[in-house]
Each structure stands twice: as C-alpha cells, then as structure tokens.
Design a protein around this ligand. Structure first.
Ligand SMILES: O=P(O)(O)OC[C@H]1O[C@H](OP(=O)(O)OP(=O)(O)O)[C@H](O)[C@@H]1O
Ligand SMILES: Nc1ncnc2[nH]cnc12
Length: 181
C-alpha cells in the first residue's frame, strides 16, 4: 500500500493512501486511538491560538483532540456537535453537512444546553483536519446561531486547498492524491 509520511513535531506517521472516489484519494489521518499524536499536537496548536473561552468540535475524530487541547488550555469544559440528534438533547440546533470523506449528507447537532453554554462566549472551532471546509462552515453556522463569537478556527492538519486559507490555524499540510487505476 502507498503511504504518505506525515511529520508533526518530533513524531512521524506513515498514512495509508486510500481511494475515496474514482479520481480522489486521501492520506488517511485517524487520530482515534493515537494517544501520542493527540498529546504532542495539542501543545503545538495551543501556542498558536488566541485567547478564547471555550473550544467546540464536531463528532467524531475531533473529540480526543479537543479534550487534550482543553486540558492544555486549563478549560474544564468543551463542546461537541454530534452527528445525530439524541433523545437526551434539549432543543438541539441542527444543520446538514457533507465532508470530503462522507460524500453524502449528514447532520451536525448542537444540544440546546451546549448552545446556552457558549452563548456570548468567544469560541475556537477545532477539528483534526480541515479539507473542503464544509464541516467547519456548518459548525460555524451552528455556534453563531447559538450566539457565540467565533474567535478562531483551527486543526492539526489543513488538507488540499485548505492550506491556502488565511482564516485557520494549523500545524501541517496534508496533500490530496489522484486515484491510480
Ligand atoms: O473539511 P471537510 O471536507 O468537511 O473535512 C473535514 C472533516 O472530515 C473529518 O470528519 P469525517 O466527516 O470524516 O467524520 P468522522 O470524524 O466522524 O470520521 C474530519 O474530522 C473533519 O470533521
Ligand atoms: N485525510 C483524512 N483522513 C481522515 N479523515 C479525513 N477527513 C478529511 N480529510 C481526512
């Protein structure tokens, strides 16, 4: 299998290159289960962020990272937008999203209690990867609807064209690849 060598700080990972369509392949970056990449990336990104009150991420792969980054920044609570409405949510804010990997519509949902918690606060939107930017855009819409102020947007990696964005903080660039048949 072809791989892409990713270096973050002093750690290296060989990411498998996986086709996601007839024409496009990604270097698969899955931080779930990778304690080291999460714990080493968090302080590096913490250095780049402006001061904010709370971090917000989207389920699922952003969760371990936002947990570690919140600890790093001394924040006792963070907020996760879920991909489905859960019965325990109270008056959730819901929006549709399509990311580069899902290629079909899914949801992002903010529990009403979390919406109330971030109202009027300066938030940083945090994810593991920003690629097409759709997940980030929908997350931004949700937190704005909740009355929060988006003070920063950040990820461990910027993939493809996201590397040219000037409105995001990130540690490393991740290229996209052509699918070879
Ligand atoms: O900029 P975009 O094109 O929206 O891609 C980035 C999003 O894709 C990944 O999530 P994914 O949709 O793969 O879901 P998962 O975290 O549940 O695996 C990643 O965690 C981001 O949230
Ligand atoms: N390269 C990648 N690996 C895993 N999930 C992703 N979501 C967006 N880009 C991704």
């Amino acid at each position: 299998m072809k791989t892409y060598t990713l270096q973050i700080g002093d750690i290296t990972r060989e990411l498998p290159i996986i086709p996601i369509s007839d024409t496009l392949s990604i270097a698969s970056f899955v931080i779930l289960g990778d304690t080291e990449i999460v714990s080493k990336s968090a302080p590096l990104l913490a250095e780049k962020l402006p001061e904010v009150d709370v971090l917000v991420t989207a389920e699922a792969k952003g969760i371990p990272f936002v947990y570690e980054l919140s600890k790093q920044l001394g924040m006792s609570r963070y907020v996760v937008a879920r991909k489905n409405v859960k019965p325990y949510m109270d008056m959730p804010l819901v929006n549709k999203v399509t990311s580069i990997t899902t290629q079909k519509e899914q949801l992002l949902c903010l529990d009403g209690a979390d919406a109330e918690f971030i109202k009027g606060k300066r938030v940083a939107l945090v994810d593991d990867v920003i690629s097409t930017g759709e997940s980030l855009r929908v997350l931004e819409e949700l937190v704005k609807e909740a009355g929060a102020i988006v003070a920063a947007k950040a990820a461990i990696l910027a993939e493809g064209d996201a590397k040219n964005r000037e409105d995001i903080f990130y540690l490393e660039y991740l290229p996209l690849f052509q699918t070879i048949k």
